[in-house]
Design a protein around this ligand. Structure first.
Ligand code: ATP
Length: 235
């Protein structure tokens, strides 16, 4: 579904991605593990068109997408849930969700269905529909970021560190829902610093270090890899 070949992204002269090649097959839940500054956010921003790669190609369903505008990439079926719960804090939960369906405006029936789907996954958002997004708890804001991402009805969902700064019990609940979203048919590319929670739901993973993929494998292989155990699982 998604294929990156030798992707290089720079900030000025600083190279953040140093030739990334990876593949995401339809239906899978793939994790990208990496420490602070490894390039995880840059990788997702490059896929969703927010950063332009200097070299390399990104293909989605056989079509080259690098160079397209971010909104055209959303229309093709890729939705990016950013790190740090970037919501519209002065708008209600309901309006934040509606904005996620921007590309589907003009189809109120479908928007209603998508919103019901989101409320089904995160019932708390239904209760809090009229509350300002900025007044939600950290965990609820993360649920809203994911819910907003689902409102464009993506084929591929990009998730940037959904566990960041959230209490462990809430993280566990959010990751159950992420697995559920995948099992209902949405392909997921998840970037995470928290390797143990990411590998608890992913079926394949890549390890990113200073802009390079240094290791990849199915979850079982990664969980038994000495370097992953020591550097990412704290074992
Ligand atoms: P974190 O988990 O801390 O968010 P990350 O793995 O997502 O880290 P990135 O945010 O992609 O890493 O950063 C990769 C590298 O690019 C870092 O060295 C960072 O300092 C640099 N970088 C990121 N954004 C910018 C920017 N806007 N301008 C210049 N350098 C940047």
């Amino acid at each position: 579904m998604l294929k990156l070949q030798d992707v290089e992204t720079y900030y000025g002269t600083a190279q953040a991605l140093k030739g990334i090649s990876l593949e995401v097959e339809e239906g899978r839940l793939i994790a990208i593990l990496g420490a602070n500054g490894a390039g995880k956010t840059t990788l997702l921003r490059t896929i969703s068109g927010l950063n332009e790669p200097k070299r390399g190609t990104i293909e989605f369903e056989g079509r080259r997408i690098n160079g397209l505008n971010p909104d055209d990439i959303v229309k093709l079926g890729i939705s990016h849930c950013p790190e740090g719960r970037k919501l519209f804090p002065q708008m209600t939960v309901y309006k934040n969700l509606l904005l996620g369906a921007y590309i589907r405006r003009g189809d109120p029936k479908e928007i209603k269905e998508m919103m019901e789907g989101v409320f089904d996954l995160f019932p708390i958002l239904k209760e809090r529909q009229q509350q300002l997004a900025g007044t939600l708890s950290g965990g609820e804001q993360q649920m809203l970021v994911i819910g907003r991402g689902l409102m464009s009805k993506p084929k591929l969902l990009l998730l940037d560190e959904p566990s960041l700064g959230i209490a462990p019990l809430v993280v566990a609940r959010i990751f159950e829902v992420i697995r559920d979203i995948n099992q209902r048919g949405t392909t997921i590319l998840l970037v995470e610093q928290n390797a143990s929670i990411a590998l608890s739901i992913a079926d394949y993973g890549y390890v990113l270090e200073t802009g390079e993929i240094i290791l990849s494998g199915d979850t079982r292989q990664l969980l038994s890899d000495e370097k992953v155990k020591e550097a990412y699982l704290g074992l």
